[in-house]
Design a protein around this ligand. Sequence first.
Ligand SMILES: *Cc1c(COP(=O)(O)O)cnc(C)c1O
Length: 323
Amino acid sequence: MTDVETAAVVKADGYGLGADKVARAMMRAGVTKFFVAVAEEGVALRQALGPNVEICVFSGHMRGDTDMISDMMLTPMVNTVGQLTRHLEALPGHPFGVQLDTGMNRLGMELPEWASVAEIALSQNCRLVMSHLACADEPDHPMNRQQLDQFHLMTDGISVPRSLAATGGILLGPEYHFDLTRPGIGLYGGLPFTDAQPVAYLDLPVIQVRDVEEGETVGYGNAWTAARPSKIATVSGGYADGLIRALSGGATLWHGAHPVPLVGRVSMDLITADVTDLPELPGVLSILGPDQTVDALADRAGTIGYEILTSLGPRYQRRYSGG
Ligand SMILES: *Cc1c(COP(=O)(O)O)cnc(C)c1O
């Protein structure tokens, strides 16, 4: 067994689930390092978690962020020579990390840039050297090995801890783990971690139920026409709550174990569902639960679980258990 630390990625409000709550639960579970996308998220997280954890910022040391980084003890993952220079000049001695680009071409320094500053960076208070995989959710993709090789080429021999793997990379195996892993989606029950336990359930209240005659239509654009006398439930929740419009006509809600088809278009605050075949009129319908994971729902809208989770809006009453 090698000694690998697991950090938690809680960007985008903890993947839509509430960063302060999920991060506190993870802290109780022993996590001491967190990652966010931007400094503003780091400020909110510091206020929620107190001084005893490390909060790392993927966007690095952006212009205008110096006070937040300093006052809130954030650790920026610097992405360019410019960011490194800004950091060392503005906050000498303040911890930072370095993000390297190993082929994804999104964030981080490439080999020549890194070669020109590695010695300086590593002689300062550099806490982590990291990179990110582009295709880790496809285990057989040759890009994984290429990026692993490139990461070795760029970092072998340094004494600072290294990190390459998010959820997908963790599943590729121990070669990809280095000193620290950075799972996000796997902590929240999403693919590519097929064994993940779903953690987010979503029940929507039924506002009213009406009888609709054969031939009557429901919702915007008359997009659905009753083929038989039907009972239609109008449910509180719409695209402003993250039930994205692409779910129109293609999604299923659940009443216990009974599937209930969403009919017509998703509107801003409401969806409509055909409850004709239910044995009783429901008070709530479930759209995320044991019968429909975030990834299953995402499939119906042609997207990924990440987008469903991070779209969940602020109007839901959230209840937390466990942890
Ligand atoms: C979002 C992100 C993660 C977490 O990725 P998951 O696929 O959700 O596990 C890790 N590292 C970086 C750089 C990221 O942007």
